[in-house]
Design a protein around this ligand. Structure first.
Ligand code: SF4
Length: 245
């Protein structure tokens, strides 16, 4: 029987057993415009890692599950620094399954960079609080945790770790990808059950740019008096659903 590319094991074995030397399993490195969230519109170096333990039904980066290879620390830092843009978005896949993801984040923050981490919300980001303790609040303010709270339409809604809320600050963001009415109702109920969040909450239409979904989301947010941000994926408006942008 042909193997099902979406079936377990969900994480490439190489990610589970990294080499002794430091580095990351990398799918791609590219420079583009940040398409969403706090840094929308700003030039950014993107580092997309390999592997993800989740399988969201609408995932648009399935190619990152298995494509790529090991890049040693020195080569990786050189690739990231080459464009001369001191802003990194660490994305995936799920970057935080990689042993050296947080050390890379620390390294760049210590060097004065802005760093954002796009993570599924299925892993507890307690290291962000340790960074605040070790490097100070100014460095922590240059770190953005972009945490997904998965809606039912993703098929992964049970993976959210509520403990993440003890580690978010005003520089972070929570993101709901909304595919339909049921997702919107879930997101709205979640937000209403969590008053006083310290960070922005974004509602995005699945796919990033669907006009009908955007309109209905905007109307529901206004009608329900929700204090959340409506988001698009700017890079898809500029370049379409291309890879590496
Ligand atoms: S967490 Fe992200 S990379 Fe992983 S399956 Fe979901 S959308 Fe895809």
């Amino acid at each position: 029987m042909a193997p099902d590319a979406r079936a377990p094991p969900r994480v490439p074995q190489a990610v589970l057993r990294p080499p002794e030397e430091r580095g990351l399993h990398v799918n791609e490195v590219f420079t583009s415009i940040q398409g969403e969230g706090r840094h929308i519109g700003l030039p950014t170096v993107f580092l997309r890692t390999m592997g993800c333990p989740l399988r969201c039904g609408w995932c648009d980066t399935e190619y990152s599950f298995h494509e790529g290879g090991w890049v040693a620390w020195g080569d990786l830092v050189a690739q990231i620094e080459a464009p001369g843009v001191r802003r990194l978005c660490l994305t995936g896949g799920e970057p935080l399954i990689q042993r050296d993801a947080w050390p890379l984040v620390r390294h760049l923050l210590e060097a004065g960079w802005e760093v954002s981490i796009e993570t599924s919300g299925a892993l507890v980001c307690d290291e962000a609080s340790r960074i605040a303790e070790d490097l100070g609040t100014e460095a922590r303010s240059r770190l953005t945790l972009s945490l997904d709270v998965k809606c039912p339409g993703s098929g992964e809604a049970k993976t959210w770790k509520e403990a993440n809320l003890t580690h978010v600050t005003s520089s972070d963001q929570l993101k709901f990808i909304v595919a339909d009415e049921a997702d919107y109702d879930y997101a709205r109920a979640w937000v209403e059950a969590h008053p006083g969040l310290p960070c922005d909450v974004w509602f995005h239409p699945v796919g990033g740019t669907d006009g009908t979904l955007l309109t209905s989301l905007a109307e529901r947010i206004l009608a329900d008096h929700l204090d959340v941000r409506l988001g698009v994926q700017l890079h898809k408006l500029v370049w379409g659903a291309e890879r590496g942008v």
